[in-house]
Design a protein around this ligand. Structure first.
Ligand SMILES: *[C@@H]1O[C@H](CO)[C@@H](O)[C@H](O)[C@H]1NC(C)=O
Length: 368
């Protein structure tokens, strides 16, 4: 009788221990509850699932390391294929701000709080102390203030996406220390000042989207040294100076958008002869000089937009030997002379050539 009692209490005790071991540490739970109390999500009720002692089980968007139950990932997306969003038929909406208490989740590898439209306040500066952080995605909110000045401390960060917010201030120079960074999206904010001149130190970077800010200064030549860079968008800023000729010899660059800036000088010859570059938008700058005669049967552009510049001279005949030109826009320059005839031009409309000094031939009405 007594023995059974001892045995039973031992079983109960063991059960309690297992339960404690299997649930998230109280400190991680407290941090998440503080994050929850700073946010309001009125329509879906997803934060209502953040209740009970075990934050690793059935807390929406939370996942833990199965070996020690520390919180690894916070993934809260306001626009996704998730059932909970599909069911209500509306996209996510959340107000409030990001509590600095999340910085005590020191095993966090993924922090995604994306597309909630109305989360405001600053990015807690202490996130730079999260040593394991690989993905930081806060796109589509209303975050204000600067990027943390010591963001470069996040040595494992591969994705930094803070696009579509209201961030201001300069790009912190320490950003060039993000040695693992592959995908950078700072677009659609209110960032000012220049790009760090040693931006090219980000040697793993394949996408760099910085469009729609108020960046100034010139394009750092060092960017051309990033071997993996495939997609660079600096459009709709206030960037001046000339386009580094080195961009023409970047091995995998396929999209280059520099439109709506204050760039001057001529278009580097190698940029137009680089057959890997398929989308090139240099529209609305102050580029001058002639269009170089460097096109070949390997020329393949889905977009070649050079409109609203100060280009002069004629359209090189070689452009008609191109393999493909999907969208060509040479309008609003000072070009003159005969529009070449050939297959890549057959589908183009007059708007591709309008408002030049003296272009003639099809598809313009103006006979040569
Ligand atoms: C190129 O950039 C201009 C100016 O920013 C924009 O209006 C235009 O739509 C872009 N062209 C293409 C084909 O995307």
């Amino acid at each position: 009788m007594k023995l059974t009692g001892v045995f039973l209490s031992a079983v109960v005790l063991l059960g309690v221990i297992i339960n404690v071991v299997n649930s998230c540490p109280p400190s991680d739970r407290e941090a998440l509850l503080a994050l929850k109390s700073g946010l309001t999500e009125p329509y879906l009720g997803i934060l209502n699932t953040w209740t009970g002692t075990d934050c690793c089980t059935n807390w929406y968007g939370i996942s833990c390391d199965p070996t020690d139950n520390r919180v690894n990932d916070i993934i809260l997306r306001g626009e996704s294929e998730d059932k909970i969003l599909q069911k209500t038929g509306r996209s996510g909406y959340m107000t409030g701000s990001l509590s600095p208490s999340l910085c005590s989740l020191d095993r966090l590898t993924t922090l995604i709080v994306a597309d909630w439209k109305a989360i405001s306040g600053e990015i807690p500066a202490c996130i730079t102390t999260l040593p394991h952080l690989r993905i930081l995605d806060l796109i589509g909110n209303q975050l204000t203030g600067p990027l943390p000045s010591d963001i470069g401390k996040l040595s494992k960060l591969t994705v930094l996406n803070v696009a579509y917010n209201k961030l201001s201030g300069q790009i912190p120079p320490s950003i060039v220390n993000l040695k693992s960074l592959m995908h950078l999206d700072l677009s659609n904010n209110q960032l000012t000042g220049p790009l760090p001149s040693d931006f090219g130190s980000l040697s793993m970077m394949s996408r760099a989207l910085l469009n729609r800010n108020q960046l100034t200064g010139s394009i750092p030549v060092s960017l051309a040294g990033i071997y993996r860079l495939a997609d660079l968008d600096l459009s709709m800023n206030k960037i001046s100076g000339s386009i580094p000729a080195q961009f023409g010899s970047m091995p995998v660059l396929s999209t280059l958008n520099l439109d709506s800036n204050q760039l001057s000088g001529s278009i580097p010859v190698t940029l137009l002869s680089n057959s890997g570059l398929n989308i090139l938008n240099l529209s609305r700058n102050a580029l001058e000089g002639n269009l170089p005669d460097v096109f070949t049967a390997r020329t393949y552009f889905t977009v070649l937009d050079l409109s609203y510049n100060k280009l002069k001279g004629s359209i090189p005949k070689s452009l008609s030997s191109a393999k493909f030109i999907g969208h060509l826009d040479l309008s609003n320059n000072h070009l003159c002379g005969e529009i070449p005839v050939g297959v890549p031009f057959d589908h183009l409309e007059a708007t591709s050539f309008s408002n030049n000094d003296c272009l003639c031939g099809l598809p313009l009405m103006h006979v040569c």
